[in-house]
Write a protein that binds this ligand. Sequence first.
Ligand SMILES: *Cc1c(COP(=O)(O)O)cnc(C)c1O
Length: 474
Amino acid sequence: MSLHSHGVGQQKSSLVLEAAQRAAAYIESSRERGVFPTEEALADLKSFPRELRDGPVPAGEVLAMLDELGSPATVAATGGRYFGFVNGGTDPAAAAAAVLAGAWDQNAALPVMSPTAALLDEIAARWCLQLLGLPETVVAAFCSGATIANLTCIVAARDALLRRAGWDLDRYGLAGSPPLRVVASEEIHASVSKALRAAGIGTAQVASAPTDDRGRVLVERFPPVDDLTLVLLQAGNVNTGHSDPFGALIPMVHSKGGWVHVDGAFGLWAGASPSQRHLVEGVDLADSWASDGHKWLNTPYDCGIVICRDPENLRRTMAFQAAYLDGDARRVASELGLQMSQRARGVEVWAVLASRGRAGVAEMIDRSCGHAARMADMLEAAGAQILAPQALNQVLVRFDDDETTDAVLAAVQEDRTCWAGGTVWRGRRAMRISVCDDSTTADDITAAAQAIIRCWKRRGDAPALSTRSDHAHE
Ligand SMILES: *Cc1c(COP(=O)(O)O)cnc(C)c1O
């Protein structure tokens, strides 16, 4: 080893150690601080230099700047009282694995690039299928999130349906192809609409399936389907937590020759809990599924899961034609998704599952469902309206009217005891509380519910504020 490389290695290892110490201090403080950064911390972000320097700065100074300016202005998403969007916390084993895997810097594209990453990817994918109640002949692969998982499955479905119709897709692409149809729940997530657009499917090709007051597709009003139809359903409505009636719909679609894809970004994990499983009954009948590790499973970002019943349908669409990749019968991550080079996401998924086991994952799911139910009970007891019967880890709540609901949202976000975002449900403003961080305790729920109620009862005392980052779609 040269003197230079020895020195670089030493410097790197002591910096990583310092980073781990700073990370540990951050984790310890994240339960104590307000959930959203203070105005002071936000103002300090201005001290990050905007101009790229000419010369180098010692890496230790860069790390210190990140921690001193960056850490205080983060949102305490892992501190137990963040209920915004459907953002997960981080499992302890996964957070630790991420530190080690960061040092490994493995590219999981091909098995030869990392035997460890390839093995853990394969094991973690199989464990996910077992937990979700899907057959092991199905293929699961990790990607950057449910948006990409939805896109990947939609493209695989599109290709399979057109091939079955005798269309030479490899040669002609979509130009002049038989007309593909899509039937999508009217409650489909915004990321699915985006994926459809990216897959070359226009809105004129999409028929909308009406839903009930919980956001579930109505079987009796389901549009007609045929053997060129892709049906898009969901496990876990982002607002209500309710799922579509898979058992009634999927066999019907299959009898006509159509393909059913299920967006189960968080809701698919209900299948890992014996007490919640009935809410996604029949979901195992679908042809493809999209889910997330970084939401309810509490892996770090970014981790989504692509799942396809027939591995060949996914592989045909995602394989490279390049000769150097041919003839490898092993599982090749980059032939199961859009990315070539990729983070070894399977390592963190493996760590969560290895650490918790089957019962531990079920307990994690049950715990957040229990927290959400108690949150709904406390708010309802105080006189708030629960807009759809509480399901899974989601609570959809409204305070008096639109104006009051917005005022409560703004006051809660300003209060910083917890954080919850706004949404619109059936034309009415609502607050959505999503319990996705397994570090949330019963005391966190009590403190958060009390803060929300306090903000509601006290409204009028404080000046009106505007709500932050208010997106109905995540
Ligand atoms: C969050 C979410 C998505 C998008 O997932 P990303 O991981 O953010 O890409 C899609 N569908 C549903 C139901 C979601 O909750």
